[in-house]
Design a protein around this ligand. Structure first.
Ligand SMILES: NC(=O)c1ccc[n+]([C@@H]2O[C@H](COP(=O)([O-])OP(=O)(O)OC[C@H]3O[C@@H](n4cnc5c(N)ncnc54)[C@H](O)[C@@H]3O)[C@@H](O)[C@H]2O)c1
Ligand SMILES: [Zn+2]
Length: 364
C-alpha cells in the first residue's frame, strides 16, 4: 500500500492506494469520530462491493446505514441529493455520523456535497472505485451537483477525512469507463508533468490492458500531482485552475449533449485536444505536441472529435462555466507538454476555427 498526504494544516488527510484495501476497515475506523457510518453508493456498485465493506465495518462494531442511489451522471441532481438527506434523517443519523462515498465520481461528488451541508457538515471518507475517481475526483474536496444550465454549478469545497483507493475494484470497471479515467490521467502529464507524459506514451498499452503495477503507479503519480496542487491552492484562486484543462469545452459537451451521453472523461479528452488546438492556433503550442496528444488519447481509446453543437451553442454553454470571470471566458491553454497557463485573450475567430469539427478533423 502507498500512502500519500494532502497537506492542509489541521485538515490534512491521507490517500491510501493499494490492492485489497476494502478488506482493511481499520483504515476507515481509525478516523471515525463516532462508530456510526452511512455508506452512499449506487445500484451498480452496491452488488459488487457494498456487502464486503459493510461487513468489514460491522465486524469493527461500526453501526452502518447504506444509501443506494440510481446510477448515472443524469442523477447528479438536487433530487438525488435530497434522497440522501431523506435517508439520513429517516435513520436519525446524527452529526457524528461519517458518510462513506463508495463509487465513482458521481457518488463521490454527491456524497461529499451531502456531507458538507447535512446538519451543517458531517465528516466523510472517499472510497473511489473508478479510475477517474481514484486519480482525480476523490482527492481535493470539490463536491457538487449539476444544474440543467451548467455542470457542477451547485456545490462546496469540503475535504474528506481520508481517501481509500482499492485498485482491485478497477477489475470490474467497463473499458469505456477505464478510458474515461485515462483522460484525467493524461491531463496531469499535460499540465505539469512532462516526464509522466513520456511515461504514458511508453506505457499506455499496459494501462489499457489493466496491468496492475502500471495502474497503481499512474494513480500514485496523479494523486501526488493533485495533492501538491490542492495543498498550495485549496480554493482554486491560483494554480488549481490549471486542473481544469479541457473542462470548459468538456463541460459544454456534457451539458450540450445531455448529461450522461458523453462520459465526463470522454468530454475532457476531446476538450483537452480542443484546448491544445486552440493553443496551436494562437501560436503558442507546437504542432508536434498536438499530434502527440491526439495519438495518446487515441491509444487510450478516447474520442478526438467534438460533437457538432454549433459555435453559438458552444459559446452559450461555455458562458455558464465557472471559468467565466468578469463576464470573460478564461481558457486553460498549453505552452508545451507539461506547461499550462490561463488566458482570457481568446478571439472568437480562433474558437470558431477549433470548434468546427470537420476542419479540426481535416487538420488531424
Ligand atoms: N470533484 C472533483 O474534483 C471531480 C474531478 C473530476 C470529475 N468529477 C466528476 O466525477 C464524475 C465522473 O466520475 P466517474 O467517471 O467515476 O463516473 P461515475 O461515477 O458515473 O462512474 C462510472 C460508471 O462506473 C460504475 N462503476 C463505478 N465503480 C465501478 C466498478 N468498480 N466496477 C464497475 N462499475 C463501476 C458507476 O456505477 C458508473 O456507471 C463527473 O460527474 C465529474 O464531474 C469530479
Ligand atoms: Zn474532470
Amino acid at each position: 500500500m502507498q500512502t500519500l498526504s494532502v497537506e492542509l494544516g489541521s485538515r490534512s488527510y491521507p490517500i491510501y492506494i493499494g490492492a485489497g484495501l476494502l478488506a482493511r476497515p481499520e483504515l476507515i475506523v481509525e478516523r471515525l469520530p463516532q462508530k456510526t457510518a452511512a455508506i452512499v453508493t449506487n445500484t451498480t456498485v452496491a452488488p459488487l462491493y457494498l456487502a464486503a465493506l459493510r461487513r468489514a465495518l460491522e465486524r469493527c462494531s461500526v453501526g452502518v446505514v447504506s444509501i443506494t442511489l440510481p446510477d448515472g451522471e443524469s442523477f447528479k441532481t438536487w433530487e438525488t441529493l435530497n434522497h440522501i438527506f431523506d435517508a439520513l434523517l429517516e435513520h436519525r443519523c446524527e452529526r457524528g455520523t461519517t458518510l462513506i462515498a463508495l463509487g465513482g465520481g458521481v457518488v463521490g461528488d454527491l456524497a461529499g456535497f451531502a456531507a458538507a451541508v447535512y446538519q451543517r457538515g458531517v465528516p466523510y471518507i472517499q472510497v473511489p472505485t473508478t479510475l477517474l475517481a481514484q486519480v482525480d475526483s476523490a482527492v481535493g474536496g470539490k463536491t457538487a451537483i449539476n444544474h440543467p444550465l451548467g455542470k457542477n454549478m451547485i456545490g462546496a469545497f469540503y475535504q474528506p477525512l481520508a481517501v481509500i483507493s482499492d485498485t482491485d475494484t478497477l477489475a470490474t470497471l467497463p473499458s469505456r469507463e477505464l478510458a474515461a479515467g485515462l483522460a484525467e490521467v493524461i491531463k496531469y502529464g499535460l499540465i505539469r508533468d512532462a516526464l509522466f507524459f513520456d511515461w504514458l506514451e511508453a506505457n499506455m498499452s499496459r494501462l489499457v490492458q489493466r496491468d496492475a503495477e502500471s495502474l497503481a503507479y499512474a494513480i500514485e503519480r496523479c494523486c501526488t500531482n493533485k495533492a501538491e496542487v490542492v495543498g498550495r491552492d485549496e480554493l482554486e484562486s491560483g494554480p488549481r485552475v490549471l486542473l481544469n484543462l479541457g473542462h470548459t469545452f468538456g463541460h459544454a459537451i456534457e451539458a450540450g449533449t445531455g448529461y450522461g451521453a458523453w462520459l465526463h472523461g470522454e468530454a475532457v479528452a476531446t476538450g483537452m485536444l480542443l484546448a491544445a488546438r486552440l493553443s496551436q492556433r494562437l501560436g503558442l503550442l507546437a504542432a508536434d505536441d498536438v499530434r502527440r496528444l491526439a495519438a495518446l488519447l487515441q491509444q487510450a481509446g478516447l474520442p478526438l472529435d467534438p460533437p457538432e453543437l454549433g459555435l453559438e451553442r458552444y459559446l452559450d454553454l461555455m458562458g455558464h462555466d465557472k471559468k467565466v470571470a468578469g463576464g470573460r471566458l478564461h481558457f486553460v491553454l498549453l505552452k508545451r507538454i507539461g506547461e499550462a497557463f490561463v488566458s482570457a485573450e481568446v478571439p472568437r475567430a480562433a474558437l470558431a476555427d477549433v470548434l468546427d469539427a470537420r476542419a479540426a478533423h481535416a487538420r488531424a
